[in-house]
Design a protein around this ligand. Structure first.
Ligand SMILES: C[S@@+](CC[C@H](N)C(=O)[O-])C[C@H]1O[C@@H](n2cnc3c(N)ncnc32)[C@H](O)[C@@H]1O
Length: 218
């Protein structure tokens, strides 16, 4: 399995920058499901791991969050942090975006958020990092808080499975070409003793398979 190091991910996404938003044509179907099932209207504190250009967070503020809700996004790419900070400036100081070294968010206080969001980031992490980030997510969420994830998946029908296989083939050989992302299944990472899955869906706009997952922290 080929995985970008945190430094490689930082450099890759510095180069991609605002072009990341061009992925909306296949990402939005899955992130729309998160917005529908993540109960963001009642959220008081949202954390986003790998916030990119801040596009999802802007939708949260414009359409879902209440007037007192706060948001903290982190990203490993300085370019993404600057794009997201500029985009969310109208919502400062409730919205804050912070540059990290790519490590799991161990410095965030325990039980301080009620939503932990990550869109199309787990699919570029190593399995060890996914497990470590999920441990932190559980620690950071208040009991009953929601984990809200989207990402590339391995597909459900013949077309999307074939697209996923081709994507994986490219990712193995030229990972930077696909931003380091590869199709994976997130469900097996969620221990039933830690999370109760509330919503799970597979979508495949233009044949590109994605999953959306909302799970309650037990
Ligand atoms: C495929 S982009 C998705 C961006 C955004 N979430 C979206 O859906 O448009 C992956 C993002 O995760 C960030 N990223 C990658 N590895 C990371 C890590 N270990 N910690 C924090 N951010 C990371 C990248 O810099 C990039 O902004």
């Amino acid at each position: 399995m080929t995985v970008l190091s945190h430094e490689e991910a930082s450099r890759t996404y510095d180069r991609i920058g605002a072009l990341q938003d061009s992925q909306a044509f296949y990402e939005d179907r899955a992130t729309d499901l998160l917005l529908r099932h993540g109960e963001f209207e009642s959220a008081e504190a949202v954390f986003e791991f790998g916030c990119g250009t801040g596009r999802f967070a802007l939708r949260l503020f414009e359409e879902f969050l209440g007037p007192d809700a706060r948001y903290r996004g982190v990203d490993v790419s300085p370019k993404m942090v600057s794009l997201a900070s500029a985009r969310l400036a109208p919502y400062a100081p409730r919205a804050r975006v912070v540059l990290t070294d790519g490590d799991p968010p161990a410095d965030e206080p325990a039980e301080s958020y009620d939503r932990f969001v990550s869109n199309y980031v787990f699919d570029l992490l190593s399995e060890e990092d996914i497990e470590a980030v999920l441990l932190e997510a559980r620690r950071m969420l208040r009991p009953g808080g929601l984990l809200c994830l989207t990402g590339l998946s391995t597909g459900v029908g013949p077309v999307s499975r074939t697209v996923a296989r081709i994507w994986s083939w490219i990712q193995e050989r030229r990972p930077k070409l696909v931003g380091g992302c590869r199709p994976i299944e997130l469900l097996p990472f969620l221990s039933p003793s830690a999370w109760r899955v509330r919503h799970r869906a597979e979508v495949a706009p233009f044949g590109i398979p994605s999953q959306a997952l909302v799970a309650k922290r037990l």
